[in-house]
Design a protein around this ligand. Sequence first.
Ligand SMILES: *Cc1c(COP(=O)(O)O)cnc(C)c1O
Length: 393
Amino acid sequence: MITSILPTYSRAPLTFVSGTGSWLVEQDGRRFLDLGAGIAVNALGHANPALVEALTEQAGALWHVSNLYNIPAQQKLADALVANTFADTVFFTNSGTEACELAVKMARKYWYDKGTPERSEIITFSGSFHGRSSAGIAAAGSEKMTKGFGPLLPGFTHLEFGDHDALRAAVSDQTAAIMVEPIQGEGGIRPLPDVCLKGLRDLCDEHGILLILDEVQCGMGRTGKLFAHEWAGITPDIMMVAKGIGGGFPLGAVLATENAASGMTAGTHGSTYGGNPLACAVGAKVMEIIADDAFLAEVNRKAALMRQKLEGLVAAYPDVFESVRGSGLMLGLKCKATNTDVVKAGYGQGVLTVPAADNVVRLLPALNIADEDIAEAVLRLDAAAAQLAGGHA
Ligand SMILES: *Cc1c(COP(=O)(O)O)cnc(C)c1O
C-alpha cells in the first residue's frame, strides 16, 4: 500500500525535533552535527535568533497580501539584492526550480521582443541540476530525472561539462542563452574554473547570448563571496537564487539586468506566494547578515580551517577518500568507498552529510558554524571513516 507521503524520497530513519546553530536533536535525544544544513538552506544555522525574531515580528503583523499590493519587506530585500549585485531588478519565487522557470521564460521573451523568436535554444551542461519542474528537468536533461516524463519542454541543447569545442560548435543564431551552475552541487561539487566562466562570458558577449547562472546552491555567501561568479570577476545577465536566501524559509529569486529583463512587463509573469511578507522579512535579515564583508571574511577563514582538516582526513584514510573539492563552505569529499556508505557511517557517529553524484559526499555547513563544531565534525567523520576502513560498515 502506498505511504501517506508520496514515496519519492528514500529517507534515513532519523526524525529531528529541534535544532540550534549547527546541531540537531533527534527524537530519541541524540545530538547530530549538521553538515548538510537542509542542503545548503539553513545558511545561518538552526533557530538563528535574528531570523526567529524577523519571522515572528512579521508573523504578528501580516502574513500575506498578494502581489496586487506593495510589500515593504519584498521591496527591502529587492533593494538589498540590487545594491549588492550586478542586478537591476528581482522577481521572487518560492523555490529554485521556479526561478529556473522564469529564467527560461525571460531569456526567450527577450529574443521574442527583439523580433527573433526562433532564438529560443538554451545550452546546458551534463551533471547540472536546475530543479524538478518541467523546465528544470528538461534543462538538466539527465535520464534519471526525465525518464517517463516526456514529452519534455523542447529547446535545450545538452553539452558535456568541460567540452569547449562542443560548446563553440553548438552556438548558433538560435542560441538564446547559456545556463550553468558556477559550481555543480547535485552533480558532485564540480566547480567551473574561473577561466571557463570568463570564457563563457566572452562567448556570450561575442554572440549576444544571455548568460544565466544558477547560483541556487553556490550563492548567498556559500563560497565566501556573496555570489560565486564574483570570484571570476564576471557578471551574468540573469541569475537564479534560492536555498540559502531564505535561511530555511521557502524563498527564491531571479536577478537580472535591466536589458535581460526588458521583456517582462506587467502581466507577463506572476506568483501568488512569491515575495510573500514572511519569506521576505526573513530573506531581508539573511541578506543583511551575509552581505557583509566581515561576515564573508569569517566564511573564508572557517572554510580554510575546514578544508585543512578535511585534507588531513583524506590523507589518513586513502582507502575511503580520494580528494577534497569545492570552494568556501561548499565542499565535497570524493570517495573511494561508496559515498552513501560514508553518509550512513556518519549517521552512526552523529554527523550529517549529503551524498551527490560522482561518488561525492557533500559538506554544506551553516556559514556561521563555530570553529569547535568544525573540529568536532571532522572528528566524527574520522570515526566514520575508521569504521569503513576497518570494514565494519
Ligand atoms: C536545489 C537546486 C535547484 C532547485 O531548487 P528547489 O528549491 O529544490 O526547486 C536548482 N538549481 C540548483 C543548482 C540547486 O542546487
